[in-house]
Write a protein that binds this ligand. Structure first.
Ligand code: ADP
Ligand code: MG
Length: 335
């Protein structure tokens, strides 16, 4: 199978909303009146972001999911994506399930594949997604004129929230690496979170005009919240007991009773990585609007702390006593 047969067989479908899709030198998208385009790109490298023998169906899902998660964080509606693929060989036994996993998630979000690039090389999957958000006005003077949810607009006094649960993906990673013992039922459950994350697209859309700032949690809660704090020039106070009691899934909490130390549990929740939940801020006056966004989108949302004027992240326990922050978030080039 040659390059063009491969593209034709696995990655070409009639265009739906795009003006031009696969087959031309460029794809062409039409912006609806009053809308702007939100664009994000994420690359998955074999051996770095996933084990080389990962189920290709899961990989197709995850490659798009991590990109849709970025659109969700901005409150953007998914429209289309491109796929740049480096493959060691044109193997139908790998390509067919990979394409199935990709198309299933793409169809679930009405997001169409409009182009890409295909080359021989070490397995590497790079997707760029295109979404739409309504045009401005800016939330405040000095901020971008868009209704996209920014990282830079959190304000002192805002509440901090997290969607869903955190830490399952990290338990799966440690179990698969053989560093933490894990029974079969637990592994099946947490592996699903690692390999087939759910991008919180509906929640992101519901949070437009409600959340002051938002980021998706790919590198760990503290690290990704840290990006919001830095870009917004604020600090935060976060209750670690709420984090372990409300943000750990039932599966992770059960594992914590047997195979994890309390420190490990806290580290997985606060800095686990690969969660693809949303961390966001909103004014206290909007608490019922946040609850409504959660229920409208069918997404559990937990309030975990507050934005403060003083820069830095202050972790406290249930009694308000400081907890040392020794939780490094993931950084590919950290020394
Ligand atoms: P060019 O060399 O002009 O960049 P290519 O020959 O690489 O174009 O690709 C031919 C067409 O197939 C283009 O429309 C391109 O967007 C599309 N394409 C290539 N690889 C993929 C892929 N993996 N998935 C979807 N479309 C692809
Ligand atoms: Mg090309």
């Amino acid at each position: 199978m040659g390059e063009f047969e491969l593209i034709q067989r696995y990655f070409t479908r009639p265009t739906r909303h795009a003006v031009l899709g696969v087959g031309d030198d460029c794809a062409v998208l039409q912006c609806a009146p009053g809308m702007q385009m939100a664009i994000s790109c994420d690359m998955l490298v074999s051996g770095r972001h996933f084990f080389a023998d990962t189920d290709p169906h899961c990989l197709g899902h995850k490659a798009l999911a991590v990109n849709l998660s970025d659109l969700a964080a901005c409150g953007a509606r998914p429209l289309a994506f491109t796929l740049a693929l480096a493959l060691p060989d044109a193997n139908p036994a790998w390509l067919a399930p990979f394409a199935d996993g990709l198309w299933a998630l793409a169809d679930a979000h009405g997001c169409e594949l409009i182009g890409g690039d295909t080359t021989q090389g070490p397995l590497n999957i790079c997707i760029t997604v295109f979404g739409e958000v309504p045009v401005g006005p800016a939330q405040r003077p000095g901020l971008a004129a868009t209704r996209a949810i920014l990282r830079s607009a959190a304000q002192s006094g805002d509440d901090i929230y997290v969607s869903g649960t955190l830490g399952d993906a990290r338990l799966a990673l440690e179990a698969l690496r053989g560093r933490v013992p894990c029974d079969d039922a637990t592994l099946v459950s947490v592996r699903q979170r690692l390999e087939q994350p759910t991008p919180r697209v509906a929640l992101g859309l519901a949070l437009r005009g409600v959340a002051s700032a938002c980021a998706d949690i790919s590198d760990g809660l503290l690290g990704d919240l840290g990006h919001i704090l830095e870009r917004s020039n604020v600090g935060a106070r976060l209750d670690t007991s709420i984090a372990t009691e409300k943000l750990a899934s039932a599966t992770l909490s059960a594992a914590a009773q047997t195979v994890l130390t309390p420190q490990q549990l806290l580290a997985y929740v606060l800095a686990g990585g690969d969660d693809y939940e949303l961390v966001f801020t909103a004014a206290p006056a909007l608490r019922s609007a946040v609850a409504q966004a959660g229920s409208l989108s069918g997404t559990p949302v937990t309030r975990i702390g507050q934005i403060e004027q003083a820069p830095g992240l202050r972790l406290v326990d249930a009694t308000g006593k400081p907890v040392a922050n020794r939780f490094a978030s993931f950084d590919h080039f950290a020394a």
